[in-house]
Write a protein that binds this ligand. Sequence first.
Ligand code: G6P
Length: 367
Amino acid sequence: ARIEKAGHKHFMAKEIAEQPIVLADALKAYSTADGKGIELPNGTLDFTKCDRLTMVACGTANLACQVAKYWFEQIAGLPVDVDIASEFRYRKPVISDKSYALFVSQSGETADTLAALRYAKDRAAMILSVVNVPESSIARESDLALPIMAGVEVGVASTKAFTCQLLALAALALKAGHQRGHLDDATLAAHMADLNLLPGILNQSLALEKSIKRVARKIASAQDVLFLGRGPMYPLALEGALKLKEISYIHAEGYASGELKHGPIALIDKNVPVVVMAPTDELFDKTVSNMQEVMARGGKVVLITDAEGAKEASDGVWETVVMPGISPFLAPILYAVPAQLLAYHTAVAKGTDVDQPRNLAKSVTVE
Ligand code: G6P
């Protein structure tokens, strides 16, 4: 079927808006009938047989893996490596037969990711993949290919595929945690209840578009933008910076908040907007103190937080985006939305080609 923009100006806008629906579909595909547990859509897996998870991907899919590392370690007590496919395939990484290797790819055709998969397969690791295209090479060559149910994604900058990859990985981490005895039935059911609220909460966050558009117009005149986050919000900071540079061509970097004083703080002045992604979680106060260091040097902070965080920390910030509240576990999925909207509206304000940014391809099938 021909894919249309359905009244949106760009495919990217349509794909951002579709997220509550596709996430609900994905959640359904990963839930047991009673909604209290996880059932993998395409088969079964035993995470008690695995002593290490190696996740490999490129681009935005790699950032989904970086978020999932926090989940697998915290929820399932499973050691995780995350690598970029082009590095992994040539590094001669050590893979044991008790390793599970997991490849994440929207297209399922990225050349480096496929080569990395074949490397791991030659070493007898269990090969898992999280893909959007079920008939793709990566899906076909996996022992178990898990779908993300995002539907066709046309915009070169990945949006709904990223949040759906995160959802599939969250489900997998919960499954692993339950099987490995790190999560009891009740805790798993509580996480599932939180997951069931996610599509609705994400839908509410789309209503922030107007305020994000205003911030985007201000950011459009910047030459450099920094994104900061801690814990699982660190990969989100990387994703925010990646999206912004891909489609608006503004130089942007994501940093772990704690690394600020090891370099990027030297760049801070009144011309460098700093986007701080900080839901109220156990690391919130630490991120806020990094944010204050930025403000003390004249940096202009865009704080993306929830109502509680805004009340506590928005004094002196340039702009605050107040997100709906969410369980800390799922915050990385929700906070993808303001990152996407900020990049999108900045690109629109600059008049760049949002869906087909220069020099980039949707699927990189050559090395
Ligand atoms: C390209 C796309 C990105 C994508 C990356 C990995 O760079 O522009 O949006 O994240 O490839 O693609 P994959 O299909 O493997 O997820």
